[in-house]
Design a protein around this ligand. Structure first.
Ligand code: SIN
Ligand code: NI
Length: 265
């Protein structure tokens, strides 16, 4: 187990939707992901982290256990429906404002998950793309904001992205199987591992190939991952997908709108 001493928070202004540079927006489109430091201020992080701990203790958790053994992570599904603070974080005006600037169009929230990667017995998050898990008709923009509530150095299991892998040949996104099986050449593309400080956020396109490491430290990795989608998104379940989120209140072809899928700005 690796001990990580607490490092002081870097100084500097928080990044807002207004101050987000055009370069970072371009980088997001080119690479399929972007790391935005200091989206949350220090006192905000503490408030959200305290509530995240309460929710992880109290709510029903979903566990993802790796086939090879070990726990990839546990999560509270839809914590925004159990906690006012988690709702505030999932709909945080700067996180959602940045998401809309990156997407370049109006968005809605699809769902949120409060994630915990354990200190012991943890397993890496396998390489995958998110898109096949979302029962949303092809084409609309879908992206995830992953906000760190603790520092996540490499040893605590930060995310790794394959820049540019969100552009699939002929837009043929496989609904099953490993990304490396579908596109063997991806093994030889650069893989970028992105350590993040508490309060930083990464945003990634649902078609981008990504993974995360195991947590080898003495502190749990805690983050909130919120998925935002095209404001016009339509429910389109795919029976061939290996896993999809359930949407109990819609028929295929219906819009994902209303209070359950709020507009984010
Ligand atoms: C992780 O938090 O380890 C993975 C998040 C994701 O796949 O989007
Ligand atoms: Ni993912």
């Amino acid at each position: 187990m690796i001990e990580t001493t607490k490092h002081p928070r870097p100084s500097g202004e928080t990044t807002t939707a207004r101050t987000l540079s055009v370069d970072l927006v371009e980088q997001y489109h080119r690479d399929g992901y972007v790391h935005i430091p200091r989206v949350l201020g220090g006192s905000e992080v503490e408030e959200y982290l305290a509530d995240a701990g309460t929710q992880l203790d109290r709510q029903r958790l979903v566990s993802w256990n790796a086939a090879e053994g070990g726990n990839v992570m546990d999560w509270v599904p839809e914590p925004e429906n159990a906690s006012e603070l988690m709702r505030r974080l999932a709909l945080h005006p700067e996180i959602t404002g940045i998401a809309e600037r990156l997407a370049g169009q109006p968005l809605r929230m699809f769902k949120s998950e409060l994630l915990r990667k354990h200190t012991s017995d943890s397993a890496p998050t396998p390489m995958h793309i998110d898109a096949p898990a979302f029962p949303i008709a092809a084409a609309p923009v879908t992206l995830t904001a992953w906000v760190a509530l603790v520092d996540v150095p490499v040893q605590r299991g930060c995310l790794t992205f394959i820049p540019g892998s969100h552009r699939w040949p002929e837009d043929a996104i496989p609904t099953v199987g490993e990304p490396y099986e579908a596109r063997p050449e991806l093994r030889w593309w650069p893989h970028v591992t992105v350590p993040v400080r508490a309060g930083d956020c990464t945003f990634h396109d649902a078609r981008l190939v990504h993974s995360a490491g195991a947590n080898y430290t003495d502190m749990a990795r805690i983050s909130l991952a919120t998925v935002y989608m095209d404001a016009e998104a339509v429910y389109h379940p795919d029976p061939d997908a290996w896993y999809q989120d359930t949407v109990p209140d819609r028929e295929p072809g219906q819009r994902l709108d209303g209070a359950r899928y709020p507009r984010i700005s």
